[in-house]
Ligand binder design. Structure first.
Ligand SMILES: Cc1cc2nc3c(=O)[nH]c(=O)nc-3n(C[C@H](O)[C@H](O)[C@H](O)COP(=O)(O)OP(=O)(O)OC[C@H]3O[C@@H](n4cnc5c(N)ncnc54)[C@H](O)[C@@H]3O)c2cc1C
Length: 239
């Protein structure tokens, strides 16, 4: 894969633990499909043997956006790369290679609802797909079920709420899993797995895309299969 150099054009502190990075390429073209990921690295972050530390990050932007690539990075305090990404500033450089991955938007059939199920930063590849669908197929029904711990952990809140208002074909249900939910929260509570049967109508769905941690993905698939959704309609990525 081609190694690209990117420059950070914008950094957004999206939630207490998540930063969004908009990156413009300094060389070449990064031709990706919605849902794919890039390997990111920084010249000054190397292993003890001097090899670049590389980590995978889903591309949250849509390929219809030619201006920049967007990454939604959850900062792992003791991690090797993400705390170094957190220190980056506007104008700093990073290395990107890719695109990689087969978790990407299949050509929609226009027959049924496309369901997206996200846990935390797992919204990133799904958002790339949703952004693309809303630009290219405004007649396809989209259902997003999105779980996170506390209300302030909802990445892309403003954009997603705007989509709910603007597009009749886009519906979103959010749930918070913290045991201490603030009184003002009026949406669902509990893990995202607890709201699947409430909102998904198995007979109406075309396919399901899931992204989250391995436990969330496994439990979600089990529930969907028990509800009669064939495994062939379920695509997932876990990290
Ligand atoms: C396809 C794919 C797409 C991804 N997309 C995204 C994305 O869009 N956004 C995102 O935030 N992440 C994404 N990830 C996860 C990402 O690649 C990194 O794994 C994550 O950011 C952590 O990297 P790190 O270098 O900071 O932490 P690492 O150094 O890899 O450490 C990860 C965790 O393990 C712990 N740890 C490290 N070493 C040890 C040890 N020896 N013993 C015990 N614990 C240890 C650390 O404390 C840390 O919490 C994706 C992963 C995959 C595979």
């Amino acid at each position: 894969m081609v190694l690209h150099k990117g420059k950070i054009s914008e950094i957004i502190e999206e939630t207490p633990h998540i930063k969004l990075f908009k990156v413009t390429l300094e060389n070449g073209v990064f031709d990706y499909k919605p849902g794919q990921f890039a390997m990111l690295s920084l010249d000054n972050v190397k292993t003890e043997t001097g090899i670049l530390v590389k980590r995978s990050y889903s591309i949250a932007s849509s390929p219809t956006n030619k201006e920049y690539l967007e990454f939604c990075v959850s900062i792992k305090k003791d991690g090797k790369l993400s705390p170094q990404l957190e220190k980056l500033k506007h104008g700093d450089s990073m290395n990107l290679d890719g695109p990689y991955g087969r978790f990407n938007l299949k050509d929609p059939l226009h027959e049924g609802t496309i369901v997206f199920i996200a846990g935390g930063a797992g919204i990133a590849p799904l958002l790339s797909m949703i952004r693309t669908l809303l630009v290219q197929h405004n007649d396809i029904k989209i259902l997003l079920l999105y779980g996170f711990r506390n209300p302030e952990d909802c990445s892309y809140k403003d954009e997603l709420l705007e989509y709910s208002k603007k597009y009749k074909n886009f519906n979103m249900y959010r749930t918070v899993s913290s045991k201490e939910v603030p009184e003002w929260w009026e949406e669902d509570t509990g893990r995202v797995t607890a709201i699947l049967n409430k909102y998904i109508k198995p007979k109406e769905i075309e396919c399901v895309y899931i992204c989250g941690n391995p436990d969330m993905v496994r439990d979600t698939i089990d529930i969907l299969k028990a509800a009669g959704i064939s495994e062939a309609k379920i695509y997932n990525e876990q990290w």
